[in-house]
Design a protein around this ligand. Structure first.
Ligand SMILES: Cc1ncc(C[n+]2csc(CCOP(=O)(O)OP(=O)(O)O)c2C)c(N)n1
Ligand SMILES: [Mg+2]
Length: 274
């Protein structure tokens, strides 16, 4: 896929506007968590990292992407629509009763969603399950799992980390949206994760770090990780929760709270000027 910095940054900007507009219209959702991972998903889906066929969503050889931090669904839906999995009109039904675009992604309700997520801590285990299943069927796809840093406070993440290294899963890449905040405050205060690089290394993983808002850097790092043999890899992406809108970046209480129409107007200006 053709991927230059200008076109990817343009996609990232459009995705931020979609997150803003759909959550504001819904009157709820997680805009700041979604803004945080925009460049990561842009690199994965539109930078040529993930192998997928949106017209054939169950293509057995497809790479799997699991949005383990499922509350960032307002980012996943416009990404999947743009990738061609379904009509864009659907994104406006975010969080409506009976709509397939719920507040958290639901497996088999929407093409392109590889796992039901939202209960934090489970996505890495689900990714391992996909890969073990793939081994039984002699399929050689890759699995990418996006996790939050607060999510890494869940014990299941570390059980999965241990298992992936045990099974020598070099087709597994975790990406950590390391925005330093969870729902109720800074990670360092709620449940410190540092030293994070050393922890993942100790669990047998190959670890790299990146500026999670530099889309070309994310792309290059993800490409390089595809060459690592014998070990699962994690890309620790340093991000800013609420990235792109100054007053959301400055206020962690925007977690799980939509912007008002007036705030959204100001946010739109900022995103368009970035
Ligand atoms: C098992 C579980 N516990 C609690 C929650 C409630 N919850 C939703 S989002 C969130 C914070 C997640 O923080 P982080 O993983 O850092 O994601 P961010 O929004 O910062 O990207 C919490 C505690 C949940 N969804 N699942
Ligand atoms: Mg976080």
């Amino acid at each position: 896929m053709h991927a230059d910095a200008d076109s990817l940054n343009e996609i990232a900007r459009d995705l931020r506007l979609d997150i803003l507009d759909t959550t504001t219209r819904a009157g709820s959702g997680h805009p700041s968590s979604s803004f945080s991972a925009v460049e990561i998903l842009t690199a994965l889906y539109f930078g040529g990292i993930l192998r997928y066929r949106s017209v054939e969503p169950w293509w057995p050889e497809r790479d799997r992407f699991i949005m383990s931090k499922g509350h960032a669904a307002p980012l996943l839906y416009p990404v999947l629509a743009r990738a061609g999995y379904f009509e864009r009109e659907l994104i406006w039904k975010l969080r409506q009763i009976d709509s397939p675009v719920q507040g958290h992604p639901i497996y088999r309700m929407l093409p392109g969603v590889e796992a039901t997520t939202g209960s934090l801590g489970q996505g890495l285990s689900l990714g391992i399950g996909h890969l073990l299943g793939g081994r039984l069927s002699s399929l050689s796809f890759r699995v990418y799992v996006l996790m939050g840093d607060g999510e890494c406070e869940a014990g299941q993440v570390w059980e999965a980390a241990m298992a992936a290294a045990h099974f020598r899963m070099d087709s597994l890449t975790a990406i950590l949206d390391y925005n330093k905040f969870q729902e109720t405050g800074p990670i360092s205060r709620e449940m410190a994760l540092e030293p994070l690089v050393e922890k993942w290394r100790a669990f047998g993983w190959f670890v790299d770090e990146v500026d999670g808002h530099d889309v070309m850097a994310v792309l290059q790092k993800l490409k390089a990780l595809q060459e690592i043999k014998g070990r699962p890899q994690i890309l620790i992406a340093h991000t800013i929760k609420g990235k792109g809108v100054s007053f959301v970046e400055a206020d962690f209480t925007f977690h799980g709270r939509a912007l008002t129409p007036e705030q959204a107007g100001r946010a739109r200006e900022e995103i368009l000027c970035s």
